[in-house]
Ligand binder design. Structure first.
Ligand code: HEM
Length: 361
């Protein structure tokens, strides 16, 4: 499809969203940035979130957090493999799980300044479990989206599960929000503000209710964990199943990182082959191949909008484009590259004996 033409000439006409039935649960869609209708409220939330995720935090602070979360991930992987060896097993590791943990914990650090997966955080573990369930429910295809008459019947029980799990996650986030509201009442100068601070302290036009704050915080986990982790997982899998690419990547790495040292974000600038690997992964395995559903704001004249004759401009848009482009794009880019590089460089990889060379995940 002529994506570039659509986004260049008709971005405004298609920047509204359509939300699935499951996300009407607890009025999630009404406070959501990703599924929210295009309008003043969306613009305000979009401004705050993109500023907070892209600009507000000092660069070395976000770099430190990315570093910390990837280091933790490598440690968890090593411990898991060692434990498996200890039990006399082959040492197979469920990588996707650790990538997910890392993405989740990074967002927790960035938006809530909480290390949710540390052993001291009981609510963190509960929140993680609840959010995973919410994502499982949201990932299921719901018949009611295709046959609205079934909405009230909820034949697959997806909405019922969603009500329960989302309610559980919201309750936990609500306790984080209340705790922060109390903290903000204390006369204390906070240097590193996070997204939660930005949402609670918003004073400009438009108001953000506490319910809305809870939804936006949940959404950051929702939008980032699976997308980021599945991209890293596929990048790893593609390299493992292509020994030629693996050799080239290794040669490039050996040239750039000569001494035994930790990899840094900045190393990626000198690794064009590896960057191309990630780009190719995003092309072959886009986390959201059809983006998030758009709603046309055109009353009529739909015909003629898609005049694709002679158009061969197929752009790579794994993060979408236009007004509704992914707000986490810059964070996602950095974390995918860093996590993947850290895994590649620190650990020794091989396919398990039960995997076919052309493995599929
Ligand atoms: C590799 C990782 C990621 C991929 C592939 C990805 C992809 C996407 C895509 C395709 C969209 C829909 C864009 C459209 O409809 O045009 C989107 C939207 C969004 N993403 Fe991401 N994303 C990633 C990571 C993240 C991260 C890390 C965050 C935040 C921490 C995030 C937050 C969002 C939000 C809030 C939206 C909704 C934007 C809106 O509707 O205004 N994403 N993402």
């Amino acid at each position: 499809m002529a994506a570039s033409k659509l986004f260049k000439n008709h971005d405004h006409d298609f920047c509204d969203r359509k939300y699935p039935v499951d996300l009407t649960t607890h009025d999630y869609c009404l406070g959501s940035l990703a599924f929210g209708r295009y309008g003043e409220s969306w613009r305000m939330l979009h401004r705050i979130c993109s500023k907070e995720l892209l600009v507000n935090r000092p660069t070395n602070e976000t770099t430190r957090l990315r570093r910390k979360c990837t280091d933790d991930m490598i440690r968890y992987i090593e411990e898991d493999a060692a434990a498996a060896h200890g039990r006399g097993e082959e040492g197979k590791v469920n990588l996707a799980h650790f990538f997910f943990l890392m993405s989740f914990n990074l967002v927790g650090n960035l938006v809530l300044s909480r290390d949710l997966l540390s052993s001291q955080s009981k609510e963190g573990k509960e929140f993680f479990d609840a959010m995973k369930e919410v994502m499982v429910c949201a990932g299921k295809s719901n018949l009611s989206d295709f046959l609205p008459v079934l909405k009230w019947l909820d034949p697959q029980g997806i909405k019922r599960n969603m009500v329960r799990e989302m309610g559980r996650a919201m309750k936990i986030v609500s306790s984080f929000v209340e705790e922060r509201i109390d903290e903000l009442k204390l006369p204390k100068d906070k240097t590193n503000k996070d997204l939660l601070d930005a949402l609670l302290e918003h004073t400009g036009e438009g108001t953000i209710s506490n319910q809305n704050v809870i939804i936006i915080i949940m959404e950051m986990f929702f939008a980032s964990s699976e997308t980021t982790s599945s991209t890293i997982k596929w990048a790893m899998a593609e390299l493992l199943r292509n020994p030629e690419s693996m050799t080239k990547a290794k040669e490039e790495l050996d040239l750039v990182i000569r001494v035994d040292r930790r990899v840094e974000d900045s190393d990626m600038d000198n690794l064009p082959y590896l960057q191309a690997e990630i780009k190719e992964t995003l092309r072959l395995h886009p986390a959201l191949p059809l983006l998030i559903p758009r709603n046309s704001m055109l009353r009529d004249q739909l015909f003629g909008v898609f005049d694709t004759q002679g158009d061969t401009d197929f752009e790579l848009i794994p993060f979408g484009s236009g007004r509704r482009i992914c707000v986490g794009i810059s964070l996602a880019h950095k974390v995918v590259h860093l996590a993947w590089l850290a895994c590649y460089i620190t650990l020794t990889w091989s396919l398990g004996t039960t995997c076919a060379p052309k493995l599929s995940i």
